[in-house]
Design a protein around this ligand. Structure first.
Ligand SMILES: Cc1cc2nc3c(=O)[nH]c(=O)nc-3n(C[C@H](O)[C@H](O)[C@H](O)COP(=O)(O)OP(=O)(O)OC[C@H]3O[C@@H](n4cnc5c(N)ncnc54)[C@H](O)[C@@H]3O)c2cc1C
Length: 244
């Protein structure tokens, strides 16, 4: 979707891959700030609403290291499904986000739970600062990715001994990866902070037929919050369309 079209204070359509489509209602689950400031455009709102939207904070981003084991290699089921690890001596937000990683979350996937793949897989996730990854020369970006893969393999050795010999494929996702594929500004993993909810809920009051759902800090902004909020907003859209 390149643009959401508004005439007066009413949604009239969208443009998708260059093709205009007429509609009376739009429900966007793109990032809230992208929806208001870019897809619709601030010129369609009163200055107070634009200001309120601009003040909404984005959540931080993430990195992920995806590891696939060779076809016959395994790890012990005692790893569990989700393992939280930290070597930080104290809890500190900037340490959680630092490129000098001290906290990692491992997701372990077993053939038993993913029979169609028949492979043992691990995903190591960290929180991350977008600024540590954006705007780097290509070589430095690649170096940081390689470094993250290396230090992750080092860290996981404790739980999966011999991981380097067992692993078949390693791939790294950075804040730029998440920005590219989800289009959340700054690769925000969990959308916007809680003040985003008021903007999201206020949208149809500003522009008739315009709705937003997605990560706006309901149940910590994860998928469960996004799903629940989506159901709530879908009902609003339904009621709007039935009224007409
Ligand atoms: C690395 C990472 C780890 C996470 N871990 C967890 C976790 O453990 N637990 C948890 O609950 N949540 C987790 N989350 C958050 C969770 O993924 C999100 O809360 C959830 O995906 C939000 O769903 P959504 O549908 O609102 O938005 P998204 O999943 O972001 O989907 C939006 C979709 O819209 C598309 N889009 C955007 N703009 C446009 C456009 N202009 N035109 C067409 N398409 C567009 C995007 O490509 C994307 O497919 C994680 C997120 C990341 C990035």
């Amino acid at each position: 979707v390149e643009k959401i079209h508004v005439e007066g204070r009413q949604v009239v359509g969208v443009t998708v891959n260059g093709q205009p489509i007429k509609t009376r209602a739009v429900l966007s689950n793109a990032n809230l700030k992208v929806t208001v400031l870019q897809l619709i455009g601030s010129e369609h709102f009163d200055p107070d609403f634009v200001e309120q939207t601009e003040a909404v904070r984005l959540n931080n981003s993430s990195t992920q290291v995806y590891m696939a084991l060779k076809p016959d290699e395994t790890f012990d089921e005692s790893c569990g499904d989700l393992l939280f690890s930290s070597t930080a001596p104290v809890f500190q937000t900037d340490m959680l986000l630092s490129r000098n990683v001290t906290s990692r979350t491992y997701s372990f996937y077993y053939p038993r739970t993913r029979p169609e793949l028949g492979r043992y897989l691990i995903v190591a996730s960290t929180n991350a600062n977008y600024a540590d990854w954006a705007g780097l020369p290509r070589e430095e970006y690649d170096r940081r990715k390689a470094d993250l893969a290396e230090t992750t393999l080092e860290a996981i050795e404790k739980y999966v001994p011999g991981i380097r010999d067992k692993v078949d494929h390693v791939e790294v996702g950075t804040p730029l990866t998440f920005e590219r594929y989800t289009k959340h500004w700054a690769g925000a993993s969990f959308g916007t902070k809680f003040e985003g909810l008021a903007v999201s809920r206020g949208l149809p009051e500003r522009i008739a037929g315009m709705y937003h759902a997605g990560s706006v800090a309901i149940i910590m902004s994860g998928w469960l919050g996004a799903v629940n909020y989506g159901v709530i907003v879908a009902n609003d859209v339904d009621a709007f369309l039935m009224k007409k």
